[in-house]
Design a protein around this ligand. Sequence first.
Ligand code: BEZ
Ligand code: FE
Length: 289
Amino acid sequence: MRDLTSDTITEAVIATMRDTKDSRVAEILESLVRHLHSFVREVGLTEEEWAQGVDFLTRTGQKCTPTRQEFILLSDVLGVTMLVDALSNRRPAEATQNSVLGPFFREDRPRSADAADISGGLPGTPLFFEGRVVDRGGAPVASAAVDVWHSDAEGHYDVDVPGQVDPAMRALFRTDETGHFSFRSIRPSSYPIPGDGPVGELMSATSRSLMRPAHVHLLMEAAGFQRLTTMLFPSEDPYLDMDPVFGVKESLVESFDTYGAGAGPYGEQTDVSYTLLRRTFVLEPLPAD
Ligand code: BEZ
Ligand code: FE
């Protein structure tokens, strides 16, 4: 293994890994080396560009903290997160589709009772959400764990704002025997993904918008079913077709119907307009062993 050239180095590197014990690790590493070398050859990467790339990745790692994962954000904006999800979770059209989890899910959310107000008293248009969880045959899925989280009317999550009511706009529900869960909150707003790190530089260099369309995140788990990580987007959002993390699917775009002041969704009087969203979620069974 001497005097390697640009023509022979790829096979030489792969040969050094021939004793890899795990066959899947061997497959992934061989393919990685082949694609990486092809990429370097194809663009004719210069030493200066290589150094810039190393610096970019170094700073991406340095930006990571327990609450900020710049590498996942990089994966999100390069479409890798949604590509891996699409390959891992091929679902029939009638099942509810996945979207990105994002960085704002928190384990320390309150467990809330049906119809709870999870807004934390924050200002905004009231949002009444009525959900139903069913299987592909339409039978209710009882006792499903349903996590909900979303931003406020200015596009901030509770974790974003020091001094904000905390936790707010997030909760864990359980469906009843009819598959029903519901809550009251405020309408979320669109917001930018974090742009103050290397990913922000990449977005700005490529003239891409940081803005995600407004959405409500939902994560559902029930025995015998695949985990559903999804979100719903209001149909009138101006950023639906430029989501920087590629999470929008037509089947997840909903009309967030807004009603004027007067009779509220449950017949009570209200002096503000409100949004009522009703949605059925269809879980996909786990594959049979
Ligand atoms: C989110 O929707 O919370 C999100 C997803 C990916 C990157 C940043 C934010
Ligand atoms: Fe989000």
